[in-house]
Design a protein. Structure first.
Ligand SMILES: C[S@@+](CC[C@H](N)C(=O)[O-])C[C@H]1O[C@@H](n2cnc3c(N)ncnc32)[C@H](O)[C@@H]1O
Length: 203
């Protein structure tokens, strides 16, 4: 990606004020954001073959199409988006690539239609800030991810960015804490883990 393309993407993201992110502007979602790379996401998710993983707000599949192959044929990536058009877009790209382990569900992240503790990991990239009640979303993620699982939030400097201190506050409010953090404040990944009963420590 050229510096000019990265600059255009960054500026356009910052200017866009609508939530959820408009499908009509989907072309921008195919531009990787500076420092919010798949490699960094992978290092936070620590994926293993056979795992069941949840992505909230996949957009057009920038992360999903690279995450699903890492789970292998026995693993599964559930993608949840409030916009059916986004899910259809990811699924048609997945089909063209021969990926068969992605399962789409249209839902609001504030009401996830899954049983408790069914996922090994969950992530959302530049999506949390678009959701009206981030604490409700984090509560839902904590509920559907196994207590030993990983929850990863990626955020980028746009109008909807959840800043690191705000994320830490939301996380603490629902019994999670920031376990690991990579990247500068304007483009970071945070791995969240449940607080220990009676303390703020990790697992
Ligand atoms: C900026 S896009 C990010 C897409 C992708 N993760 C990326 O980095 O390219 C945010 C996504 O979150 C979805 N979204 C927004 N609010 C949501 C909600 N309440 N529940 C589920 N998905 C939501 C949008 O439809 C959109 O696909």
């Amino acid at each position: 990606m050229t510096a000019a393309a990265a600059g255009t993407a960054a500026l356009s993201f910052w200017m866009l004020d609508s939530a959820p992110y408009p499908y009509a502007q989907r072309w921008l979602l195919s531009l990787p954001l500076p420092l919010l790379s798949q490699g960094r996401l992978d290092s936070m998710l620590e994926l293993r073959h056979g795992e069941r993983v949840l992505e909230v707000g996949p957009g057009t599949g920038l992360q999903a199409l690279q995450t699903a192959p890492q789970l292998g044929p026995d693993g599964r990536l559930d993608i949840v988006d409030i916009q059916q058009e986004m899910l259809d877009h990811v699924m048609s790209r997945a089909e063209r690539r021969g990926l068969t382990n992605i399962v789409p569900t249209q839902a609001d992240a504030q009401h996830l239609p899954f049983e408790n503790s069914v996922f090994d990991a969950a992530y959302l990239v530049t999506a949390l800030g678009e959701i009206p009640q981030p604490e409700v979303t984090l509560t839902e993620l904590k509920r559907v991810v196994k207590p030993t699982g990983r929850i990863v939030v990626g955020e980028f400097f746009d109008r909807h960015q959840v800043r690191r201190a705000t994320l830490a506050r939301h996380a603490n409010a629902v019994g999670l804490h920031v376990n690991r953090l990579i990247g500068p404040p304007f483009s970071y990944y945070a791995q969240l883990a449940p607080c220990r009963p009676g303390g703020s420590g990790g697992r």
